[in-house]
Ligand binder design. Structure first.
Ligand code: ADP
Ligand code: MG
Ligand code: MG
Length: 252
C-alpha cells in the first residue's frame, strides 16, 4: 500500500470540510476523484500535499510507511508527493531551467542521489521532454511568466515528470480545460504511469478519464467518499449524474 487514509477529518477557517474520508491507493494505481462542486475534492488534494491553511482534526494518513501528518509540505514533496496545477507562481528573472534543477536536486538529496549539474540536468530534462513530446524552449523562459493556460499545464506535467514522484495528485481547476490542455494532461499521466507511481486525478471531465482510464473511480460528497467503482462508474455518472448516489447515501 502506498497511501492509506483513514477517517480523515479536516477543516479550514473552523469549518469542517472532510468528514471521515477513507481511501487506499496501491503502487501503480490511478484513482479518479469526482463529485459535485464544494464536495471537498480540492480540500483532500491540499490536505494530502500538506498546505497549512487546513487543519486535520482526526484520522490518519500513512504514506509509504510513514505518518504523513508529521511532515510539512516541503518534506512531503521531497518524499515523493507532487501536487499539480496549484501554484502557478510567476518568477520573473528566474529561468524555468534553474528553478527545476533546484527543485530536482532537493528531491534527489532526500533520495540519497547526487545533485545534477547543469550539463547532467540538461540530459535528464531532454529525456523527459522527449517522453512527453514537449518543446524544449519552455525551459529557457522565466518561470510561468507569460505562459498561456496550456503552457502552464504543460510545464506542470513536465515538472511532475522531472521529479519522478511516487504519488501525483492532479487537481483540475474549475475553469475550462480546452482540448489541447486535456490532451497534455492525459498524455502526461499516461506517459508517466508506472508500477511504482500512483495518481489521484481530481476532475469533473469525463473526457479526461476516457483518455486516462483510471483503475478506480470515487465519488466524493460532503467530505466523504460515498461511492467507489471501476472505470464504468464514470459512464454511470455521465448518464445519471450524482443525484442517485447522493440520495442513496442519505438513505444508508
Ligand atoms: P471541491 O474542490 O470539491 O469543489 P473544495 O474542497 O474546494 O471543494 O471546497 C469544499 C468546501 O470548503 C466548500 O464548501 C468551500 O466553500 C469550502 N472552502 C474551501 N476553501 C475555503 C476557505 N478558504 N474558507 C472557508 N471555506 C472554504
Ligand atoms: Mg470547487
Ligand atoms: Mg476543487
Amino acid at each position: 500500500m502506498l497511501l492509506k487514509v483513514e477517517n480523515l477529518q479536516a477543516e479550514i477557517d473552523e469549518k469542517q470540510i472532510l468528514n471521515g474520508l477513507n481511501i487506499e491507493v496501491n503502487p501503480g494505481e490511478v484513482h479518479a476523484i469526482m463529485g459535485p462542486n464544494g464536495a471537498g475534492k480540492s480540500t483532500l488534494a491540499n490536505v494530502l500535499s500538506g498546505r497549512d491553511e487546513y487543519e486535520v482534526t482526526a484520522g490518519t494518513i500513512d504514506f509509504d510507511g510513514e505518518d504523513l501528518l508529521e511532515l510539512d509540505a516541503e518534506e512531503r514533496a521531497r518524499k515523493g508527493i507532487f501536487l499539480a496545477f496549484q501554484y502557478p507562481v510567476e518568477i520573473p528573472g528566474v529561468s524555468n531551467k534553474l528553478f527545476m534543477q533546484t527543485a530536482l536536486n532537493a528531491v534527489r538529496e532526500e533520495r540519497g542521489l547526487p545533485a545534477l549539474d547543469m550539463f547532467d540536468f540538461d540530459e535528464f530534462a531532454k529525456d523527459k521532454i522527449d517522453l512527453l513530446d514537449m518543446r524544449a524552449d519552455l525551459l529557457e523562459r522565466s518561470v510561468n511568466v507569460g505562459f498561456s493556460g496550456g503552457e502552464k499545464k504543460r510545464n506542470d506535467i513536465f515538472q511532475m515528470a522531472l521529479l519522478e514522484p511516487k504519488l501525483c495528485i492532479l487537481d483540475e481547476t474549475d475553469s475550462g480545460l480546452d482540448i489541447d490542455a486535456l490532451r497534455v494532461v492525459a498524455n502526461g499521466v499516461n506517459a508517466l504511469r508506472s508500477p511504482d507511481r500512483s495518481f489521484i486525478v481530481v476532475t469533473h471531465y469525463q473526457r479526461l478519464l476516457d483518455y486516462i482510464k483510471p483503475d478506480h473511480v470515487h465519488v466524493l460528497y460532503n467530505g466523504q467518499i460515498v461511492k467507489s467503482g471501476g472505470f464504468e462508474l464514470v459512464h454511470e455518472l455521465e448518464e445519471h449524474g450524482y443525484d442517485d448516489i447522493i440520495q442513496q447515501h442519505h438513505k444508508d
